[in-house]
Design a protein around this ligand. Structure first.
Ligand code: SF4
Length: 183
């Protein structure tokens, strides 16, 4: 099967997934979207209310800010692949549990394998601790990290940047570091 078709099949499985209890409360699972051969793949935490309604990643205010950050490094949103660690919304946007993350992790790992991006950008503490290690975002942001034969880059979640202007400034600086790493 071609990579693009494999990704479509994977996303169909995610839409129908009932592996963890989050399937009972979600409206729509949110597999993620973007080109099957994107150079940059970004991973957030989990869908929020708007994403759950529409079945698309980062479509609320966080999404607007993320789009702005992506454009600040000379890419368009259509050129990157965007997804999250969890594909179904936790009720009231609570933090994902360890077991939900473990259940859902094979999906994001398969997406990384299929898209095979040059850099995997981890947005926020949940993405960082789920994908590379038990680091806080404040000590690891702005850094590249090689693991499992991949290059990861760590930064803040746009929702945190919306809440705290200082975080927004730090995140913008991180994206400039990311841009130099992509040249
Ligand atoms: S969060 Fe992941 S594992 Fe849980 S139901 Fe949704 S797709 Fe399945």
């Amino acid at each position: 099967m071609m990579r693009r078709q494999e990704l479509d099949v994977l996303h169909e499985s995610i839409r129908n997934c009932r592996l963890c209890p989050l399937h009972e409360t979600r409206l729509n699972a949110v597999p993620g979207e973007g080109p099957y051969d994107a150079r940059v793949l970004l991973i957030g935490e989990a869908p929020g209310a708007r994403e759950d309604e529409l079945g698309r990643p980062f479509v609320g205010r966080s999404g607007e800010l993320l789009t702005h950050m992506i454009e600040s490094i000379g890419l368009t949103r259509d050129e990157v692949f965007i997804t999250s660690v969890l594909k179904s919304r936790p009720p009231n946007n609570r933090t994902p549990t360890k077991s939900e993350i473990e259940m859902c992790r094979p999906y994001v790992e398969k997406q990384i394998e299929l898209v095979n991006p040059r850099v995997v950008v981890l947005l926020g503490g949940v993405a960082i601790s789920s994908m590379v290690g038990p680091w806080s975002v404040s000590e690891s942001h702005g850094q590249f990290f090689e693991a499992k034969g991949r290059t990861f880059f760590m930064t803040y979640h746009p929702a945190a940047a919306l809440r705290f202007p200082k975080v927004k400034t730090l995140m913008a600086a991180d994206f400039r570091i990311l841009r130099s790493g992509l040249l």
